[in-house]
Ligand binder design. Structure first.
Ligand code: SF4
Length: 375
């Protein structure tokens, strides 16, 4: 455990390294809590390079918390579309509305108030409060936990509750009290660029001399692997109607229910966004999809729909390995379905859709060029 002079030296070396070598990222050029908050939420499940264009587009459209709170929810989801994990966007907007209603439009500076906002947990609250306001809260996520495990040569399961609490205490103890925002970013930067999950670059590490994992030659094997949840195979059939003008039919976001989602729960898999009629199938997908469409769209006279298979597409959602079977259905006129909307198949992004739905559209478009519309 680092104490006294060693701790002071450790802090000085890590902070000095961060201030000299940190990556120039758009959210590092500001102390605006709204921008820092947005970046932290986007980065929760998304790599830095992928998040940057979304971050910039989002801020162009919603430059402050007021604009976000007042926006149509569909517009917020549309700008998030492609980033995945859409509950992040929904919670972001709900939190913005609470900030307007309860905090006069200012991001709260107290930990308990920040934690009361939707979508904000310990890590995100500590990051925002330390970076934007200089509050003394240490961040702890998987990235920082890995660095701490290597520095202290900790071999246990880091996610075990007791161990996680001890890691939080250690992160709090190491925190540089004069620059908590920079300190937290330095720990994150070390984990992201030097002390990476595979092949940590100990030769370039500014705190290598303090690292017990390195001294024992076990750094690379830490933290020890957790048992992964077994992969579940899911097969989905999706119907893509297309009329002669290239218009298709999207169905509205499924309503939230309290039911426990199974692995093949379609509303979860389409991220509760606009989607093609989709069904989890085993056995004969085309026959099952037709039966499903007949139930879903009962009031149509001409239902002699021909399903054109549009290949197989692979998709992954957490532990699910999904095989998508899109079917194109050429029609003279799109069926009228209450709540559904007509959009161009080549540009379904005028509505918020998930990556799964984009993949289905792409596959259908690839066969649409070769199948003439039904006359
Ligand atoms: S010496 Fe290596 S294992 Fe230790 S903190 Fe630095 S990069 Fe990580």
């Amino acid at each position: 455990m680092l104490n006294g002079h060693a701790l002071a030296k450790f802090r000085k070396q890590l902070l000095g390294w961060f201030r000299q070598f940190q990556r120039d990222l758009p959210w590092r050029r500001t102390r605006d809590p709204y921008r820092i908050w947005l970046s932290e939420i986007m980065l929760q499940q998304t790599r830095v390079a992928a998040a940057i264009p979304y971050y910039e587009r989002f801020l162009q459209r919603f430059p402050d918390v007021q604009a976000l709170a007042a926006a149509p929810p569909e517009e917020v989801l549309r700008l998030w579309s492609g980033l995945g994990y859409y509950s992040r966007a929904r919670n972001l907007q709900k939190a913005a509305q609470q900030i307007i209603a309860k905090h006069a439009g200012q991001f709260p500076t107290r930990m308990d108030e920040a934690l009361a906002l939707p979508g904000i947990g310990n890590y995100t609250a500590a990051a925002i409060l330390s970076i934007a306001f200089g509050e003394k809260h240490a961040v702890l996520d998987g990235n920082v936990a890995r660095v701490l495990a290597r520095l202290g040569a900790i071999r246990d399961d880091l996610r075990e509750a007791q161990r996680w609490q001890e890691l939080q205490k250690e992160a709090d103890r190491l925190l540089e009290p004069k620059s908590p925002g920079d300190w937290n970013q330095a720990m994150m930067e070390l984990g992201a660029t030097v002390c990476t999950p595979k092949s940590p670059q100990c030769l370039l590490c500014p705190v290598a001399q303090f690292c017990e994992g390195r001294r024992l030659g076990i750094a690379e094997s830490l933290p020890e692997k957790r048992k992964k949840r077994a992969t579940v195979e899911v097969t989905l059939a999706a119907a893509v109607f297309a009329d002669g003008e290239g218009q298709t039919l999207l169905f509205p976001p499924p309503k939230n229910t309290k039911e426990k989602a199974s692995a093949d729960h379609v509303p979860t898999l389409v991220s509760r966004m606009w989607h093609f009629p989709t069904l989890s199938v085993t056995g004969e997908p085309a026959a099952k999809l037709i039966a499903y469409l007949h139930k879903l769209i009962p009031d149509v006279r001409d239902r002699k729909w021909q399903l054109v298979p549009a290949g197989k597409v692979r998709h992954a959602v957490t532990y699910r390995a999904i095989t998508l079977l899109p079917f194109l259905i050429n029609v003279k006129k799109l069926p009228r379905v209450p709540g559904a909307r007509q959009v161009p198949l080549g540009d379904i992004s005028s509505l918020p859709v998930s990556n799964l739905t984009r993949k289905v559209a792409r596959a259908a478009l690839a066969v649409a060029a070769f199948v003439p519309a039904k006359r």
